[in-house]
Design a binder for this molecule. Structure first.
Ligand code: PLP
Length: 376
């Protein structure tokens, strides 16, 4: 008996929605014949650390060799930095790979993964791609409802994904709230705490993941080199968690998941504290400016702990707004596919890029204002 290809692919894979990446600048420039800036994927507008670039260039000269398959040196440096053991550190092809692996290790049809509505799309994709059942709790005022997430745990639950600060809303919860949550979650349910944006947070009371990890075995904390370190194109991130989980994820990853160039750049970037400081400082100044200017133009961006702004545009057509901004040469992110049809997300760029966004937004908003009544 023969099958069609569709019949051979499990329903839970056929039913998956693919991750939608931000539009590449080159594509927009080619299609619209304009110069464009990309404020759509929360990258670092300062660029990579100069130290990381020098290390990457050097590593490129040895690119004929396979990389260190276990990212040993990087794991050792990270372990020393956080006061954990190297066996508790997993280095991945971006934190995206680790999000996926956590579900692949723990879930299968019949088991459940939990995340919140309005959070990073890969959480839901990872749960469903592993054949697990996806449970999403509602948000509370653009933040995670940790009580609802803990209450959603059943005997079938194996993993819970949380981003703090959250993408795309830019909000965060504090250490006290997280501690209450961790106390409610059974010890045999893994909590994945994704900290891609913590460096940008203004709140000083965010959970101290490494201290919590010493108390709770069931915590996997994720960090990335894609944001404040400016290495999104090199695809490298890491997770710190229980050695058994790390060992199992190591079996599932591809043998040489992280390139030698990525490992070298990441090691150098970790030492470039000046670049991190400058990145955070510029983000802070420009985020404040964007918030104030967007408020003046009548929008209500949500206060952000990240390098992007979540902007509700109720009463306006968010998709049309993104398209109009695109025609002005500014790429921002539509959020309908992330569960917010009436909001857009704007990454904080450098001063010049942000000025371009503000000018474009002023134009787009002016077209939306009702025409003034004629003077009789
Ligand atoms: C919350 C969150 N986690 C993870 C990632 C992915 O990071 P990486 O580039 O390390 O895969 C992103 C990227 O936007 C993110 O917003």
């Amino acid at each position: 008996m023969t099958h069609t290809l569709e019949e051979l692919i499990p329903d839970y894979i056929q039913g998956l929605a693919a991750y939608v990446p931000g539009k590449p600048v080159e594509e927009v420039e080619q299609d619209l014949k304009i110069h464009a800036v990309k404020l759509a994927s929360n990258e670092n507008p300062l660029g990579p650390s100069p130290k990381a670039m020098a290390a990457a260039r050097q590593a490129l000269g040895e690119a004929n060799w396979y990389p260190d398959g276990g990212s040993k040196r990087l794991r050792e440096v990270l372990a020393a930095r956080y006061g954990v053991r190297a066996e508790e550190v997993f280095v991945g092809l971006g934190s995206s790979e680790i999000i996926d692996l956590a579900s692949r290790v723990l879930l299968r049809p019949g088991l459940t993964g939990i995340t919140s509505e309005g959070s990073f799309a890969l959480f839901a994709i990872a749960i469903r791609a592993s054949g697990g059942k996806l449970v999403q709790t509602p948000m509370r005022n653009y933040t995670f409802d940790l009580d609802a997430m803990a209450a959603a745990v059943t005997p079938e639950t194996r993993v819970i994904y949380i981003a703090n600060p959250n993408n795309p809303t830019g909000t965060a919860f504090g250490a006290e709230e997280f501690d209450v949550f961790m106390k409610k979650v059974p010890g045999d349910v893994l909590v994945v705490l994704d900290e891609a944006y913590t460096e940008y947070a203004e709140r000083r009371d965010l959970p101290k993941a490494m201290e919590i990890f010493k108390e709770y075995n069931n915590l996997l904390t994720l960090k990335t080199f894609s944001k404040v370190y400016g290495l999104a194109g090199l695809r490298i991130g890491y997770g710190i968690g229980h050695p058994t989980l790390v060992a199992e994820m190591n079996k599932l990853r591809t043998p040489f998941n992280v390139t030698s160039v990525g490992q070298a750049a990441a090691l150098a970037a970790l030492d470039d504290l000046e670049h991190v400081r400058r990145s955070v400082e510029m983000n802070h100044a420009e985020r404040t400016r964007l918030l104030e200017e967007l408020r003046k133009s009548g929008l209500r961006p949500v206060a952000s702990e990240t390098n992007f702004l979540f902007v509700p545009v109720a009463g306006m057509d968010a998709k049309a707004m993104c398209d109009e901004l695109l025609h002005e040469g500014v790429i921002v992110r539509q959020l309908a596919w992330m569960g917010f049809p009436n909001a857009i997300r704007i990454s904080v760029g450098n001063p010049e890029e942000n000025s371009k966004l503000l000018a474009a937004m002023a134009k787009v908003m002016a077209q939306r204002k009702p025409a003034a009544a004629p003077v009789s």
